[in-house]
Design a protein around this ligand. Structure first.
Ligand SMILES: C[S@@+](CC[C@H](N)C(=O)[O-])C[C@H]1O[C@@H](n2cnc3c(N)ncnc32)[C@H](O)[C@@H]1O
Length: 209
C-alpha cells in the first residue's frame, strides 16, 4: 500500500498475523468503505504489534494522539487489563470511534479528548506507560517532547509513518520534511533508545531511558 514493503511480502505478513477480533474487523471494513481518508488507518500489522507491546511491557496507562475511526485505540484497549486506561486525542474523531467503542466492554477503558492535541497535552498528567503518536506530522517533534515528559521511565513511545512512503529519503513537502527532521531529532537524543522498523509505513519504537 505504501510501497516500502513488497506487496506480496506485506500480504504474506498479514496472512501470518493473528486475525482481528470481530468488532475490529467490522470497524476496519467500515473505515475502508466509509471514512474520509481510509489510508490513515494503522491497520492489522501495526495494531497487533501495539497489542504485543502492551502485553509484553505490562502497560496500564496508554495515550494516543490521532483517534480517527478508533481502530488503533480499540486494538490497544483489547490488550489492556480490566483496570487499564487509554486516552485518545483528536481534533476530529470520526463517528465510528464512539460507535465501535460502545460495542465492546473494552471500549469502557477509552476516553476521547477532542481538540488540537498540543492543547490537550497541556492538560494531561502522567505517567503514561505507552504513547502512540499518529496525528498531524508537522507536530511530531512537539508531540514527542511533551510525551517524553509524560512517559514513565522505561516507557515506550511508538510513532507511525516514520518512513512516509520512503519520502524521508528526499523530503520535498512539509510533512516529509517534518518527519525526516523528527527522525534525526530522535537519533541524536541521548535520553532514549530507538529502533526504526520497516513495518508498513515505518514505525519508530522509542524507549525512555
Ligand atoms: C492517521 S490518523 C489516526 C489513525 C488512527 N490512529 C488509526 O490507527 O486508525 C490521524 C488523525 O489525526 C487527527 N489530527 C490531525 N491534526 C490534529 C491535531 N492538530 N490535533 C489532534 N488530532 C489531529 C486527524 O483528525 C486524524 O484523525
Amino acid at each position: 500500500m505504501f510501497g516500502i514493503v513488497h506487496e506480496e511480502i506485506e500480504a504474506y505478513a498479514l496472512e501470518h498475523t493473528t486475525p482481528l477480533p470481530p468488532t475490529l474487523e467490522e470497524l476496519r471494513r467500515d473505515t475502508v468503505a466509509n471514512a474520509d481518508a481510509p489510508g490513515m488507518l494503522s491497520d492489522q500489522l501495526v495494531g497487533t504489534l501495539l497489542q504485543c507491546l502492551i502485553h509484553a511491557s505490562g502497560a496500564k496507562r496508554v495515550l494516543e494522539l490521532g483517534t480517527f475511526t478508533g481502530f488503533s485505540a480499540l486494538m490497544m484497549a483489547h490488550a489492556l487489563p480490566e483496570d487499564g486506561k487509554l486516552i485518545t486525542c483528536d481534533i476530529n474523531p470520526r463517528p465510528q470511534a464512539r460507535h465501535y467503542f460502545g460495542k465492546t466492554p473494552h471500549g469502557r477503558k477509552i476516553e476521547i479528548r477532542v481538540g488540537p492535541a498540543l492543547e490537550t497535552l497541556k492538560t494531561l498528567d502522567g505517567p503514561f506507560d505507552l504513547v502512540f503518536i499518529d496525528a498531524d506530522k508537522t507536530n511530531y517533534t512537539n508531540y514527542y517532547e511533551r510525551c517524553l515528559e509524560l512517559l514513565s521511565p522505561g516507557g515506550l513511545i511508538v510513532v507511525d509513518n516514520t518512513l512516509w512512503s520512503g519520502k524521508v529519503l528526499d523530503p520535498k513537502d512539509e510533512d516529509s520534511r517534518a518527519i525526516a527532521a523528527f527522525n534525526d531529532y530522535v537519533k541524536d537524543d541521548a535520553r532514549v533508545q530507538q529502533v526504526l522498523l520497516t513495518v508498513r509505513d515505518g514505525l519508530m519504537l522509542i524507549r525512555k531511558l
